[in-house]
Design a protein around this ligand. Sequence first.
Ligand SMILES: [Zn+2]
Length: 179
Amino acid sequence: VNYCSECAGPVRLTVPPGDTLPRHVCDACERVFYENPKVVVGTLPVWEDRILLCKRAIEPRLGYWTLPSGFMENGETLEEGAIRETIEESGADVELIRPFAGFSITQVNQVYVLFLARMRHPGVAPGPETETARLVTEAEIPWAEIAFRAVAFCLERFVHARDDATFHLGAAERGPERP
Ligand SMILES: [Zn+2]
């Protein structure tokens, strides 16, 4: 942020009165521009003994496998966002079972929220961000080709602790982002 989106005045980084962290503040109108984590929401869709994975058709991590997920939109709930992203990326018709995992990605200021979901039928129709969507058994999960650590965490928890009624919380190690 270099110029104020309200008055086009110059913006500088400073700790506002009563605050504890530096923020971008407009010198002219004193508006404070807060930057906070974004929420990525999605599903781990299950059909019988298989999991739906999507091969990414876009960067980052083009060609790697992920779970259908994406940034929440303003005005929607977590549940609505999870279902919308699942449809957009995979075309899968899902029913949410329960919130399954949360993963903090401090390096890129994102929070991942994944729901366990049941596919109503095995049909898929990948969207433009997905090269292909495939149902795989646990043994077929391509662990070395998973796009993001948050996704690997969710799959690992599913394989080893899906019946725990807990909400699985994880976080990327601090430091440079590594997939
Ligand atoms: Zn301003």
